[in-house]
Ligand binder design. Structure first.
Ligand SMILES: Cc1cc2nc3c(=O)[nH]c(=O)nc-3n(C[C@H](O)[C@H](O)[C@H](O)COP(=O)(O)O)c2cc1C
Length: 711
């Protein structure tokens, strides 16, 4: 059976029984806490009935019965020497009363009733029984899912690769509490079956011939061989010395009638094994006989609540990226096919799909298993993860079977982007397979790209390559592709330089938000996302924005005045934070790309050696602000040097020329582990990289020392 059927069963049963399971788990935890009581009056382990009975008979004028409960407390019902009725916990060694028997508190009784029958009497009992049975099946399907995930039962307890927080902990705690949860479900089901009479069976009665002799009770062999702690109950003869009245001793698996004069066995009633199992089930289900087991059951019940929550979180994640298409299959030029088990690959594909739609392209997104005819398709993008032993995720298993090359134009080109994890031996094996498969029919636009552990940097490398190959303009900032989408919060405009066309905007977050220089601020003019690099200055966000006349985002920002409120959100951009380890950093910017660097320099309290190279068109009031600002930073030892190139001035030069001038400085510093950060236009980034390649010989060995955020 396929993975999806087991998963579907696991989820459907959990959903059906979810609410009841929540009630049963909460009451189960409370009852488990109740079961973890002190065992102050627990009976002595070694005292026999033969020892205790004469003592009790001396201390009480009449004894109806003694019983031993699951905690090991001995209860005596009878009358004391003064003729007062007694129903108390006693010490079987001395006969002394500890205290009168106390019933469980009202609260515990209320919980017991809720746990057993949801206050719905017989209907409730049936419901609880069914839910227990469903829990049993959920546990079994859960075991199958873990076995599938671990590629076989043999690896059931092998290391689990960390995937998503909730699914990782769902599996980890699932394995840890598997046995108690399984036993809770199994015993709950059995108790229910017993309650509705499904396990009823006849007891076996054996009769014996007692001898006619008289021996004192302390010499009865049966009593000498029976420890008090092992009995459930001992009924005393109603009329002493009457040979027709017997002691009736109830043990776990049988009850014995014992002649009160000779001590011989009269009848033995052997309980059916189903009744014995019922008792064992009750002990296991309630933990009433063992404090440690009661604690384990309490934790397991708590964990059922956690399972419900984490299971919902996993399901929600899978369903989150619902596919929305604005074009029909037959009109679409860009076909995006997705193979995704847990939804993250679909998240990446959706972000590409949204951008294509925004740019006015006819893009169509669907699952690999839902492939149909695409007569106008020009570009096919396959985004797929790999599962199991290098096999397809569950929504991609039938792709090859459904694929018909005649339903695509022959001129189609394709690119496959594989998502996987290097923790598995068959890294992106399914994507490789699809890449070879498609190669038989269409031309490859790009070689296969593989993405390890959902790396947004690696994905951005594919976007850059595809942009180049297809002359597209998709966002290349890795942060654009992170899964978490934070909420909009209000920012107050604190300052606006009112310089033209480029201006500096200072924003104060009105709600708590953590951000660093290099992160991005997303704003949504007319529901379209626009991103700006952020510098952190005095805990405010500082943006440098160029006003484009028809630019949606820049016009909105240009029109803001101090005191205005802007709704926006901060997006983490980890790949463009100042590196903690580097002691020397070369920051290269053009135009508005200077924004994150201003913040990083302002925050440079650890006095890293920072060199700033900036390129602008001409000197103006804004460049004067930068001059003043960098002078102060140099004075405060936050900045080593500031070099600026004006491309439209009389003695024009470019930022690349400044780098060439400092060639030897670059070579030495990069060999010593320095970092280069580039922010600004993509054209500038390309030119800078070419110059750096000339300076450093080969960029490849230094790739990890170069960070870029260009657009
Ligand atoms: C049970 C399991 C098996 C996996 N098997 C592989 C594998 O064989 N090869 C691989 O490259 N990645 C494997 N992965 C990693 C996933 O492909 C990777 O996490 C991917 O990003 C998940 O994408 P999705 O959320 O779209 O399903 C496996 C992950 C899990 C949980």
């Amino acid at each position: 059976m396929t993975l999806s059927i087991w998963r579907w069963a696991h989820l459907a049963l959990a959903l059906v029984s979810g609410l009841f399971l929540i009630i049963l788990s909460i009451t189960g935890v409370i009852l488990a806490i109740g079961a973890v009581e002190s065992d102050a009056y627990r009976t002595d382990k070694n005292i026999t009935l033969a020892e205790t009975i004469p003592i009790l008979q001396k201390n009480y004028s009449e004894i109806t019965e003694i019983s031993v409960d699951h905690k090991g407390y001995v209860t005596l019902q009878g009358t004391d020497l003064e003729g007062n009725p007694v129903n108390a916990w006693i010490n079987p060694k001395t006969g002394a009363i500890y205290e009168p028997v106390k019933n469980p508190s009202d609260f515990i009784q209320w919980n017991i009733a809720l746990h057993r029958s949801l206050f719905l009497k017989e209907t409730g009992r049936v419901l609880v029984g069914i839910v227990s049975f469903l829990l049993l099946i959920i546990t079994i399907t859960g075991v199958i899912l873990i076995a599938k995930r671990q590629q076989g039962l043999r690896h059931f307890f092998a290391k689990i690769h960390k995937d998503y927080f909730w699914s990782y902990f769902h599996v980890i705690t699932g394995r840890l509490t598997l046995i108690p949860v399984f036993l809770l479900a199994l015993t709950g089901t059995y108790l229910f079956m017993a309650r509705i009479g499904l396990t009823e069976a006849k007891e076996k009665i054996i009769h014996f011939e007692p001898e006619e002799k008289e021996i004192p009770v302390q010499e009865f062999p049966l009593f000498k061989n029976t420890l008090v702690k092992d009995i459930e109950r001992l009924e005393f003869p109603f009329i002493p010395d009457d040979p027709e009245e017997f002691y009736i001793l109830h043990l776990k698996d049988k009850s014995l009638s014992i002649h009160q004069i000779s001590g011989d066995l009269v009848t033995e009633t052997v309980l059916p094994s189903t009744t014995v199992w019922e008792k064992i089930s009750l002990d296991l289900h309630t933990g009433r006989t063992n404090v440690l087991w009661a604690i384990i059951l309490g934790i397991a019940s708590l964990n059922i609540l956690f399972f419900i929550y984490s299971g919902l979180a996993i399901t929600f994640r899978r369903k989150k990226s619902l596919i929305k298409n604005h074009f029909q299959e037959k009109e679409a030029e860009f076909i995006l096919l997705v193979g995704s088990e847990n939804g993250s690959t679909l998240g990446f594909a959706s972000k590409i799909h949204d951008q294509l739609l925004q740019a006015g392209h006819a893009s169509y997104l669907t699952e690999l298993n839902k492939i149909t005819a695409f007569p106008k398709a020009k570009h096919l993008l396959v985004f797929t993860s790999t599962y199991g032993l290098g096999t397809a995720p569950s929504n991609a298993t039938r792709f090859e079977h459904l694929f018909n090359p005649n339903t695509f134009p022959k001129s189609l080109d394709y690119s496959v982007i594989g998502f996987g994890s290097k923790a598995y031996p068959d890294f992106c094996a399914f994507a490789q397979h699809i890449d070879h498969f498609l190669d038989q029919y269409f031309s490859r636009a790009l070689p296969l790209f593989t993405i390890n552990d959902r790396s947004t940097e690696e994905f951005s490398a594919w976007v850059q390559a595809w942009n180049k190959a297809k002359n597209m303009d998709l966002g290349t900032t890795p942060a654009l592709y992170t899964a978490q989408s934070p909420k909009l919060i209000p920012f107050e405009v604190i300052n606006h330089t009112q310089t033209n066309p480029t201006f500096i905007l200072e924003l104060k977050p009105l709600k708590k938000v953590s951000f660093r220089s290099g992160d991005l601020l997303a704003i949504y003019p007319q529901n379209k996302e626009r991103l700006y690099s952020v510098g952190k200055v005095n805990n405010h966000l500082q943006l440098v924005v160029k006003h484009h006349e028809n630019g949606l985002g820049s016009t909105l920002l240009a029109e803001l005045k101090p005191g205005d409120i802007l709704e926006a959100k901060c997006i983490k951009n980890d790949s463009f934070h100042i590196p903690d380890k580097s002691k020397e950093i070369f920051m290269i910017a053009n135009g508005t790309g200077i924004a994150p660097f201003l913040g990083m320099i302002a925050e440079n309290t650890s006095k890293k050696k920072i060199h700033l190279y900036a390129g602008f068109r001409q000197k103006n009031s804004l460049s004067e602000i930068y001059d003043q600002w960098t002078n102060t930073a140099i004075r405060d030892h936050k900045l080593q040097s500031y070099q600026v190139a004006y491309s439209r001035a009389e003695n024009f030069c470019y930022v690349m020329d400044l780098l060439v001038q400092d060639s030897s400085k670059f070579v030495k510093a990069m060999q010593n582990g320095a970092t280069i950060m580039i922010c600004g236009s993509l054209i500038m980034q390309n030119d800078v990289e070419k110059v750096l390649e000339e300076i450093l010989g080969d960029l490849q060995p230094y790739r990890s020392q170069i960070r870029t955020d260009c657009y």
